[in-house]
Structure formats: structure tokens, C-alpha cells
Design a protein around this ligand. Structure first.
Ligand SMILES: Cc1cc2nc3c(=O)[nH]c(=O)nc-3n(C[C@H](O)[C@H](O)[C@H](O)COP(=O)(O)OP(=O)(O)OC[C@H]3O[C@@H](n4cnc5c(N)ncnc54)[C@H](O)[C@@H]3O)c2cc1C
Length: 397
């Protein structure tokens, strides 16, 4: 976790963003539309992302990562989401898993897992959601029972990003299903589908279906099924102590929410940029549509909201970099930016008229991608409840 003295200088940050922009222009832009419509996993781009260090963006350099601040990281996410939002999910879910080990793991767990995560040799995500438990995480049923120096895992997870193409997962389980309150019986295990040393597939863990989606194409969303799956307790029980998993998972979601907010800003910025350009070239009634007041009102609204969302993301990233819990700041950024992405993408489609509905333009992708931002990493209904609870907690009378 960088303190203020570890922030990159503006020029170093600009250099990183510039190298990402060059990669986006040269390698991503030419293939994004094709991969999106074929719903194809971007294997080659993932190799580039390993080289760019994105899988270690938030991991301490002592473990082979870049050790970036949340501030720089959120700008990278925003920049990539402007080109193709799906790519950001491949490293963000992965970094949520890594952050859980980095923040809460034992020394041995950090030394064992983080270098493998930072290089992208083991990639993965966060396994919280189950068929009967999404928002109500404490209702999960996946159980891990201690047996000697192992845990035996049984249960199922769904909607897990990187479940199929990735190899690892930070899995939320019940280690004491009878505990009251329920969160006290929850723990996080780092699990892998392959033996990290030999690469051989492990028994007892398998993927179910690859899930079909409205947007967020290319990246895999899948299921995990555990059937007497054995893991080494010392390496996998994060922090070495049962009962802390709910706190770790919700802590991991903070950076996830900043990421979703940054992705939302990327979607909104792209939709705005396309709209400003289109409104100058498309003519009706003898003049560019940007000269019609109805379109000007839309563009003004879109620009103001997008900038406000960007500033909220900066605010949340700055707060995250202090190392404190920042549920309220992350919740505000996530809520406002994702609603903005939906509004701006919708207005962009209207400005583009029939062409906004065409698969030849990027607008229909932005329009399909934006609503996920309102659902992922905690729905916007929940964000408002979290904000309200924090307001009361921070300002008691
Ligand atoms: C593309 C995609 C990728 C995903 N990736 C991951 C992943 O990598 N890992 C992972 O663990 N999960 C992942 N998810 C799951 C996602 O986090 C859940 O879908 C989300 O948390 C909502 O849970 P749910 O779908 O079960 O909805 P529910 O919890 O059933 O909620 C349904 C509705 O009720 C509302 N609601 C629920 N409880 C309350 C309440 N107490 N007060 C007010 N309103 C309430 C919700 O806001 C929502 O509107 C992904 C989902 C999608 C679609």
C-alpha cells in the first residue's frame, strides 16, 4: 500500500499511461471489435498484459509487482476501458485476489503466491457468488472442513470472472457453517485448479458452464464445482486464522469498486468522445446536429456527469491509498460513475440515431457493457445503503 511519498511523479505516471495508450492503439484497437463479436478470449493480449506488468500492478515490487498506487491504477483502468472494457476484468478480479493475500496473508503465503500472481503465471479472481447467494454473501453454502493439515471443500460458485481461463481463486467459504453471526464462520482459501509446482490438474475442482452474457464479451464468466477438493491449510487459509473471510472479502471489494468506477468513466468518456465527433459530422436540416439545441443539452449533460464521475474516482483512489477502510468513498464513486456510464452510453446511442444500434459502431458495445457496472462488486442498491450507513457511523449525534 503506497503512502504519499511512494506516489509516482506526474511524469512517471504519464510515461506508464503513454505506454498503455500505445499498446491500445497498436494492438488492442485493431482486434477489439472482432474479439468482442466473436466472444473470443484475447490470449495474445493477455500475454502483452503480462509483459506490461498489469497482473502485478498493485503488488509490492518485493514480490515482482509494480506497486502502483490506486490513483495510478485507476487511471490505467480508465484508459483501457475506453478502448475495450472487457480487458480490465481480466486483471482487476485477479488483483482483488492478490490484494487479499497482500493485505491479510501470512509471510509464507505472500512469498508463495504473490510472485506467481505478479507475473501472471497464475491468474484468477474472487469467488464469492453462489447460485443462492449474491448480495447476501453470508448465505453462501460452500463449506471447507479441516482434516489434519488440509481443508476439504464442497460446494459451488457461479458468475466467477476468470474461472475458466484462470487457474487460481480467492474462495469465500464457510469454515463454521453453524456460527452466529454468520460472518464469523467465514474464511478465504486460495485455491488452484492445477498444482502450482507441476501444472498438473487437481482432482475435486472443476468448471461448470461458461456463462453467456449481454456484454462483457471475451472474458470468461464461469462456475466452479468442488467435490471433496483438498487444499493445504497452511498455504491456502488466508491469514492462517478462520473466521476473517467476510472482512477480507469486503475489504477486497473496495479496490474492485474503484476499478468498476474507473471502468465506468472509461465507458462514459469513450461514449462522449464518439458523440462529440459524430455530432459535428452528421448533418440534418442543413447543419451539423451539434448545432441543434436538443443535442447540445445532451452533450453538456454527458460531459458534466463524466467529469464529476472522474473526480469521484480520484477521490476514492486517494482515500484507498491512505490504507484506511473506505467503503463510503468507494461506494460513492462506484454508484455515481456506473449510473453515469449507463446514462452517457444511452444518450450516445440516441445521438448516433440508427448507427448507434449498428454492430459496426462501438456505441452498441458501450451500451451493452455499461449496465454490468451497476451490478458488479455490489449492486448500486447496496452502494447507497453502504453510503447511508457510513454517513450515520461517521457523524453520530
Ligand atoms: C458478468 C458478471 C461477472 C461477475 N463476476 C463475479 C466474480 O468474479 N466473482 C463473484 O463472486 N461474483 C461475480 N459476479 C456476481 C455479482 O457480484 C452478483 O451478481 C451481484 O453481487 C448481485 O448478486 P445477485 O446476482 O445474486 O443478485 P441478488 O443478490 O439476488 O439481488 C437481486 C436484486 O435485489 C437487490 N437487493 C438484494 N438484497 C438487497 C437489500 N438487502 N436491500 C436492497 N436491495 C437488495 C439487489 O440490489 C438486486 O437489485 C458477476 C456477475 C456478473 C453478471
Amino acid at each position: 500500500m503506497p503512502d504519499a511519498s511512494q506516489y509516482l511523479s506526474d511524469s512517471d505516471e504519464a510515461l506508464i499511461i503513454e505506454s498503455i495508450e500505445k499498446w491500445l492503439e497498436k494492438k488492442v484497437a485493431p482486434v477489439a471489435m472482432k474479439l468482442e463479436h466473436a466472444n473470443e478470449y484475447p490470449h495474445e493480449l493477455v500475454e502483452d498484459m503480462k509483459e506490461l506488468g498489469l497482473f502485478g500492478a498493485l503488488i509490492d515490487p518485493a514480490y515482482g509487482g509494480l506497486g502502483l498506487s490506486a490513483m495510478t491504477y485507476s487511471k490505467i483502468v480508465q484508459t483501457i476501458a475506453e478502448e475495450w472494457m472487457s480487458l480490465t476484468g481480466i486483471f482487476n478480479s485477479h488483483l482483488m485476489m492478490a490484494q487479499i493475500v497482500q493485505r491479510f496473508g501470512t509471510d509464507r503465503q505472500r512469498e508463495y503466491w504473490l510472485p506467481k500472481f505478479a507475473s501472471g503465471e497464475l491468474r484468477g479472481g474472487l469467488g464469492l457468488t453462489e447460485p443462492d447467494a449474491g448480495t447476501d454473501l453470508q448465505a453462501i453454502r460452500t463449506v471447507a472442513r479441516r482434516k489434519g493439515d488440509k481443508y476439504i471443500v464442497n460446494g459451488a460458485k457461479t458468475w466467477i470472472s476468470n474461472a475458466i481461463e484462470g487457474q487460481a481463486n480467492a474462495l469465500l467459504v464457510k469454515t463454521d457453517p453453524a456460527a452466529e453471526p454468520r460472518y464469523k464462520g467465514m474464511s478465504i482459501l486460495i485455491v488452484t485448479k492445477i498444482d502450482p509446482e507441476t501444472g498438473a490438474p487437481l482432482p475435486g475442482i472443476r468448471n461448470g458452464n461458461k456463462l453467456e452474457k449481454l456484454g462483457y464479451k471475451g472474458i470468461d464468466s464461469g462456475e466452479f464445482i468442488f467435490n471433496d477438493f483438498e487444499v493445504d491449510a497452511e498455504l491456502s487459509l488466508v491469514g492462517g486464522e478462520e473466521g476473517k473471510g467476510f472482512f477480507m472479502a469486503t475489504g477486497g471489494l473496495e479496490i474492485g469498486r474503484i476499478n468498476i468506477a474507473a471502468r465506468s468513466v472509461g465507458i462514459a468518456k469513450r461514449a462522449l468522445r464518439e458523440s462529440v465527433a459524430y455530432a459535428q459530422s452528421r448533418k440534418t436540416m442543413g447543419k451539423p446536429i451539434c448545432e441543434h439545441q436538443a443535442i447540445q443539452l445532451k452533450l453538456g449533460d454527458m460531459a458534466a456527469r463524466t467529469r464529476a464521475a472522474e473526480l469521484l474516482v480520484e477521490d476514492a483512489a486517494r482515500a484507498y491509498d491512505t490504507g484506511q477502510r473506505i467503503d463510503m468513498e468507494a461506494g460513492m464513486a462506484k454508484y455515481f460513475a456506473s449510473e453515469t456510464a449507463v446514462e452517457v452510453a444511452t444518450e450516445a446511442m440516441r445521438i448516433h440515431g440508427g448507427y448507434g444500434y449498428s454492430k459496426e459502431y462501438v456505441i452498441e458495445r458501450l451500451y451493452r457493457d455499461a449496465p454490468l457496472m451497476c451490478i458488479g462488486e455490489g449492486t448500486n442498491e447496496m452502494q447507497r445503503i453502504i453510503i447511508a450507513k457510513q454517513l450515520v457511523k461517521r457523524s453520530p449525534v
